[in-house]
Design a protein around this ligand. Structure first.
Ligand code: ATP
Ligand code: MG
Length: 204
């Protein structure tokens, strides 16, 4: 069975897609058979994969669009032979799909924008994962090192009781510039850090 990671937070624009793509591509880079399931009805990851292909450097993961409420049931047949499956979670309105993505996973990675005003949906996301009995790790995205806003975000996730990973994605135009491309620079490094940290946690 493939190790399945759902990248979910009930917040739009939180860095779900960049996190899912970075993780899936890091896994593929390391030699694993990596499948990326795009559970977003808007199909952001599928589009990203198409653009990368058109640019002549296709993603190394197999990318499948499946924004379905019955994902758990369908996982076996859509990801045959995969070592790792990364699910790019849907936007906040699609609660049924978010629940299905979590239920299909061994672990949830919850992108937490390092800005207190964008952490309002963290408790609801934790609750959804707790209901499904799936462990959750938070990961900071849009992180601005050494700023008051990042410190305030750190305090808030502590208050919410989030189990945070030490990997983090810095706020950088270099990340946004990766749209439609194979991850490189800080985004590729973030993917490798995440993979390494999750692999370590899975072995614990
Ligand atoms: N660390 C970052 N620094 C700068 N820009 C970023 C960073 N992370 C993501 N972005 C940009 O922010 C936007 C939102 O990121 P992304 O699409 O990954 O979020 P999402 O949670 O998947 O959003 P949606 O809810 O729309 O699916 C994208 O344009 C992306 O390129
Ligand atoms: Mg997205």
């Amino acid at each position: 069975m493939a190790y399945t990671v759902a990248v979910v937070v009930l917040k739009g624009g939180a860095g779900k897609s960049v996190t899912a793509i970075a993780l899936g591509e890091a896994a593929a880079e390391s030699g694993a058979a990596s499948t990326l399931v795009d559970a977003d009805p808007m199909g952001g990851s599928v589009r990203h994969a198409l653009l990368a292909e058109q640019a002549g450097r296709p993603l190394r993961s197999t990318v499948i669009g499946l924004p379905a409420g019955d994902l758990p049931k369908r996982m076996g047949s859509i990801t045959p032979g995969a070592d790792i499956v990364t699910i790019d979670g849907p936007p906040p309105g699609a609660l049924k799909i978010a629940r299905a993505a979590i239920e299909a996973a061994d672990v949830v990675v919850m992108p937490c924008p390092a800005r207190p005003g964008d952490l309002d949906r963290v408790p609801a996301t934790l609750e959804l994962a707790a209901d499904a009995g799936v462990p959750v790790y938070g990961v900071f995205t849009f992180y601005k090192r050494g700023t008051n806003i990042a410190d305030a975000a750190e305090t808030l996730v502590k208050q919410y009781g989030v189990n945070m990973l030490s990997s983090r994605l810095l706020d950088s135009s270099k990340v946004a510039e990766n749209y439609g491309l194979r991850p490189r620079g800080p985004l590729a490094r973030y993917g490798r850090d995440l993979l390494e940290e999750l692999t370590r946690k899975a072995a614990e």
